[in-house]
Design a protein around this ligand. Structure first.
Ligand code: PMP
Length: 310
């Protein structure tokens, strides 16, 4: 993956100001750095026929504000200010398509675990980011490994909040998978049922119907998950989005795929040593993946309400 130093990007919005990329820094005694007390979003802006558009910005903004709630964190900017900052960051960096990263975290003041009077610092960056799991992955699918690490239970930490500290679990699971020759992990929840990927939701296809773990399975309420459910229902598929999926059901699935703002719609062709279906991208996965890219790159007029043009 290309490093930031190799990218042609020069502006980040930080606490109300547009600052030079290299100056968008924080103190080493920042609360969020020590305790993982931040919330963030991962959003994509796509190059459409009519300019760059941010996909489902309003829903990402909703989740950004909702993620702060368990931490009693107050983002000192309005939705309008964050929206304007995001669009302007994309414009100033001259990006046709982009990955957008808003973050809010407890900042620099003192280091008791209680954040006390620590300010909430907020930043928004945008940069070019190609296919998350590789171009080849979209077409041929990936090999995934069921991680030996379990996902934190929503009784231990709110898993529906996109909190920075949660991602050490994602790192452990993902790196374990990669060390073992797989592209990505599948993480089970505390009960041993399928939860999600380290940064993706997961879908299963069986006998022409679509299944995805319910929100009570300790997953993030993914915006791409929601998008794909809607696209599938519009195409007449039955989608079961409130179910538990056992580990064994992964092996007998006809098709499996991941969804996420970064991962988009990525087929899974193998889980551990078991080939899924015929070991390549399945037909329903392909149909939904095509529908997704036709949507976000605006080869259709559907769901215009999901796009905020830069
Ligand atoms: N689960 C986790 C743990 C994630 O980090 C992500 C990425 N935000 C997702 C699911 C997918 O969510 P979304 O489609 O909103 O990007």
């Amino acid at each position: 993956m290309a490093g930031f130093a190799e990218m042609d990007v020069d502006t980040i919005w930080q606490n109300g100001e547009y600052v030079d990329w290299d100056d968008a820094t924080t103190h080493v005694l920042t609360h969020g750095l020590h305790y993982g007390t931040g919330v963030f979003e991962g959003v994509r802006a796509y190059d459409t026929g009519e300019g760059t558009a941010v996909f489902r910005w309003e829903e990402h903004l909703d989740r950004f504000f909702e993620s702060t709630k368990p931490y009693d964190m107050e983002i000192p900017y309005s939705r309008e200010e964050l929206t304007e900052a995001t669009m302007e960051v994309i414009r100033r960096n001259d990006l046709d398509s982009a990955y957008v990263r808003p973050i809010a975290y407890y900042g620099y003041h003192q280091l008791g675990v209680s954040p006390g009077d620590c300010p909430t610092d907020v930043a928004i960056a945008a940069w070019p980011w190609g296919t998350y799991l590789g171009d080849e992955a979209l077409e041929n699918g990936i090999k995934a490994m069921v991680s030996s690490w379990r996902k934190h239970s929503s009784s231990q930490i709110p898993t529906n909040a996109k909190t920075t500290g949660l991602y050490v679990n994602s790192l452990l699971a993902g790196e374990e998978a990669r060390r073992n020759g797989y592209k990505e992990a599948i993480v089970l929840n505390k009960e041993g049922n399928v939860a999600e990927g380290p940064g993706e939701n997961i879908f299963l296809v069986r006998d022409g119907e679509i299944f995805t773990p319910g929100l009570s399975e300790s997953i993030l309420d993914g915006i791409t998950r929601n998008t794909v459910i809607e696209l599938a229902r519009e195409r007449g598929y039955t989608v079961h989005d409130n179910v538990s999926i056992s580990r064994g059901e992964l092996n007998t699935a006809d098709e499996l795929f991941f969804t996420g703002s970064a991962a988009e719609v990525t087929p899974i062709r193998q889980v551990d040593n078991v080939e899924i279906g015929n070991g390549s991208r399945g037909p329903i996965t392909e149909e939904l993946q095509t529908a997704f890219f036709d949507l976000v790159e605006r080869r259709t007029d559907d769901h215009e309400e999901w796009f905020t043009y830069v």
